[in-house]
Design a protein around this ligand. Structure first.
Ligand SMILES: Nc1ncnc2c1ncn2[C@@H]1O[C@H](COP(=O)(O)OP(=O)(O)O)[C@@H](O)[C@H]1O
Ligand SMILES: [Mg+2]
Length: 332
């Protein structure tokens, strides 16, 4: 079935996609996002400050928070503190999505006269006033849900670990795991490209590569909704890699459901070369293009997870380890 699906997908009609078990946006919104996720819980994942607080208080590793900029007045002092520290950092809107407004500063450069430049993961150089202007934009809410005023989150830069360092040029890949009622159902690696400016967001031009739930092996790949088999910048093949500590990562993702209580959840993990797997963010409306990267529809897997959860509820809900074991055995 997957073979036929892979061959046909780019030209498939909505009816053909449904027949192949592909989840569309309407059904995702109605059945899964609205049906599984209580609205009152959204702020826990839509506001990166709240997510960080929740993860840290539960002992789940996440990139270290270096500062929160609530208003214009905090912005100058925080930027000066970052420039003085001389280390890389990341600024992002607290309520942003799809990589909008995320700037990864890899390096702070200073000359003897005190001139400062910030080098981004994509290789651009920003002056202090350019970065300050970017912070003002973040605070004004242009990148954020609902366009209301927002805050900026400043956090440490995560540095990629093998095997990702072999495939990407710059920036940090993230691993998206879709978790249904606590069961990991599908996974994808998102690999930055020069175009995505170090960010792993497909909307910014990153590559999506399927990751098998069973064993963490890379399989498939898509870029801008076209099937690909190699990274467009480094020309490295996308198959032949396996995510290290895959079982641990799946358990981490499964545990996030227990923490936030969202039945349909996207868990984003980055692997730091020193700290290992870290939860980057959680998502109440995971996208559907993970299916394209895996060349496999989500519907059957989501239904299976629902059935497992309902059978479990009759007895006692399964702990995260057991849910992961079931998913690894059930999803080849
Ligand atoms: N601390 C960080 N270190 C390095 N890269 C990061 C960091 N935070 C984010 N990024 C990059 O930027 C992308 C978007 O950041 P993320 O926090 O997921 O925001 P969004 O909600 O907009 O997707 C990530 O996929 C990653 O590639
Ligand atoms: Mg993200």
């Amino acid at each position: 079935m997957i073979g036929a699906f892979a061959a046909k997908l780019p030209l498939a009609t909505p009816g053909e996609l449904r027949a192949n078990g592909v989840l569309g946006l309407n059904r995702r919104n109605l059945h899964y996002v609205q049906g599984e996720n209580r609205r009152a819980l959204y702020p826990l994942v839509d506001d990166k400050r709240q997510t960080k607080r929740l993860l840290e208080s539960s002992g789940v590793a996440t990139p270290k928070l270096l500062g929160v900029i609530e208003g214009e007045r905090d912005a100058d002092s925080c930027l000066q503190r970052m420039a003085d520290a001389g280390e890389g950092f990341v600024v992002k809107p607290a309520k942003g999505s799809a990589g909008k407004g995320v700037t990864v500063i890899e390096e702070v450069l200073a000359n003897r006269r005190g001139r400062i430049l910030f080098r981004t993961a994509g290789g651009d150089l920003l002056s202090l006033s350019q970065l300050r202007h970017h912070l003002s934009n973040i605070l004004s809410g242009v990148y954020s849900f609902g366009d209301r005023r927002d805050s900026a989150v400043v956090e440490e830069v995560v540095h990629p670990a093998p095997p990702f360092t072999e495939i990407v040029w710059e920036g940090i890949p993230d691993i998206r795991i879709v978790v249904m009622r606590g069961y990991p159902v599908m996974a994808m690696g998102r690999l930055p490209t020069l175009e995505s400016d170090g960010r792993g967001n497909l909307h910014q031009g990153a590559v999506g590569v399927g990751i098998r739930i069973a064993d963490g092996a890379f399989a498939g790949g898509q870029h801008k909704n076209r099937f690909i088999s190699e990274h467009p910048d480094t020309l490295r093949p996308l198959d032949g890699y396996t995510v290290p500590d895959w079982g641990k990562m799946l358990r981490l993702a499964a545990r996030c459901t227990d923490l936030v209580g969202l039945g349909f959840l996207g868990v984003d993990i980055v692997v730091d070369r020193e700290r290992g797997p870290l939860i980057l963010e959680l998502n109440a409306r995971p996208g559907v293009s993970i299916q394209l990267a895996n060349r496999c529809g989500l519907e059957a897997r989501l239904a299976k997870a629902e059935a497992w959860a309902e059978a479990g509820d009759a007895e006692d809900a399964e702990p995260a380890d057991a849910r992961v074991a079931r998913a690894q055995a059930g999803f080849a």
